[in-house]
Design a protein around this ligand. Structure first.
Ligand code: HEM
Length: 177
């Protein structure tokens, strides 16, 4: 009846088709291009993030706060931070960085340079990859939580989850390598 029809037609909050033409994938590094291809990360995925960004952006500072709250409960990680920097300073760095990553960044050489700088910062402080990867998972979860609040659509959930996961995975591959 009318009801089921309506339920099956939850309007999508993802408008990737409006953004896909604005996405640039121009990385020159041949290896990274292969990584992008292997992941199956497409302009569609980046356009998905770009179209959803207005929903996520207002929550970034609270996602960052949660990130450091969680990290602070692990003494060895807190010690690394306080030895080399401070939560106050890193909050600003991570905030700025997530604004970039979650907006559906163009995959160009300048983005890769940003990731290289992050890699170098973590090499400098001797952060083992497992801590970086584990804490990254919280970012994924917390962004998905924000997204889930915005729509009951399972299809939207799948589309956004895949796109987000691929983008964060690529970032992790590049920072860790
Ligand atoms: C630096 C991101 C995990 C400790 C940074 C910077 C960014 C960043 C953007 C600034 C880099 C720059 O100077 O340009 C991230 C992301 C992480 C992550 C996205 C995972 C999701 C961690 C963890 C720790 C950590 C788990 C330690 C427990 C630090 C420290 C610096 C830093 C101490 C400052 C290094 C310096 O000033 O030389 N990180 N980080 N990070 N990160 Fe992370």
């Amino acid at each position: 009846g009318l009801f089921t029809k309506r339920e099956n037609k939850i309007e999508s909050v993802i408008k990737s088709e409006e953004f896909v033409d604005s996405i640039r994938i121009s990385v020159t590094d041949a290896n990274i291009r292969k990584q992008v291809e292997l992941l199956g990360l497409t302009a569609e995925d980046l356009a998905t993030l770009r179209s959803v960004f207005p929903i996520i952006e207002p929550h970034i500072s609270s996602i960052v706060a949660k990130f450091y709250d969680n990290l602070s409960t692990h003494e060895h990680l807190l010690k690394i931070i306080n030895t080399h920097s401070s939560i106050e300073r890193l909050r600003k760095s991570l905030n700025k960085h997530l604004l970039l990553t979650l907006k559906g960044v163009d995959l160009d050489d300048s983005y890769i340079k940003t990731l290289d700088r992050i890699a170098m910062a973590h090499v400098r402080i001797d952060l083992d990859p497992q801590w970086y990867l584990a804490t990254f998972h919280h970012i994924y979860e917390n962004v998905m939580e924000v997204f889930e609040e915005a729509t009951p659509s399972l299809q939207d959930w799948k589309t956004y989850s895949k796109a987000l996961s691929k983008c964060l995975n690529l970032e992790q591959q590049i920072v860790i390598a």
